[in-house]
Design a protein around this ligand. Structure first.
Ligand code: MN
Length: 207
């Protein structure tokens, strides 16, 4: 059975300072993300055991564990590649045109994204997604790691709004964390994800 693996980062833990400190990056990647990888693997193993024993008494717990931990693994894997020490300030090309088309302007997109991020009650994520059914960009609020999203959404740009992502640096002033996020976005990664999602998902779910 293939195992989920903690991905290496493309940059050092200190590379995103001062926007995100090395201490947060180290804890976030080597402890939190690693725990989601371990949790997803454990859920799969326990499901295999349940099938072997034909005993599904705790299947609801295992399904929840898999959704939580696997989503945690996926979200963080996307988040790390969405970030870079030096960004280009604004998206370019087709992604820039699509943001203007579906949100009116980059500024309107940014305001909407910030409001979605700041509005999350408790733990969650804000993200820009490609809606493969409507063939459009949308913004979503992800509760915990896995709730409150449409099933056809492909995440393109994700912001972790769990307190572990910012509290050591920003305490309760999460608006400053959201503001700093815009300084470390790897727009070429977001663009590549956008081009791939748009090209590969048309008609995949709803013809
Ligand atoms: Mn996190």
């Amino acid at each position: 059975m293939s195992k989920y693996v903690l991905p290496e980062l493309n940059y050092d833990y200190a590379a995103l300072e001062p926007s995100i400190s090395a201490r947060i990056m180290e804890l976030h990647h080597s402890k939190h993300h690693a725990a989601y990888v371990a949790g997803a693997n454990a859920a799969l193993e326990q499901m295999a055991e349940a099938r072997d024993k034909n005993d599904f008494a705790v299947i609801n717990k295992l399904q929840k564990d898999l959704a939580f931990h696997l989503s945690g693994h996926i979200n963080h894997s996307i988040f790390w590649t969405n970030l870079a020490p030096t960004n280009t300030d604004r998206p370019e090309g087709e992604l820039a045109a699509a943001i203007a088309e579906f949100f009116g302007s980059f500024e309107a997109f940014q305001a909407h994204f910030n409001a979605a991020a700041m509005g999350i009650q408790g733990s969650g994520w804000a993200f820009l997604a490609w809606d493969s059914v409507g063939s459009r960009l949308i913004i979503e609020q992800l509760y915990d790691q896995q709730s409150n999203v449409a099933t056809g959404s492909i995440p393109l740009l994700m912001l972790d709004m769990w307190e572990h992502a910012f509290y050591l640096d920003y305490q309760n002033v999460k608006g400053d964390y959201v503001k700093a996020f815009w300084n470390i976005i790897n727009w070429s990664d977001v663009s590549a994800r956008f081009e791939l999602a748009r090209a590969k998902t048309k008609g995949l779910l709803v013809g």
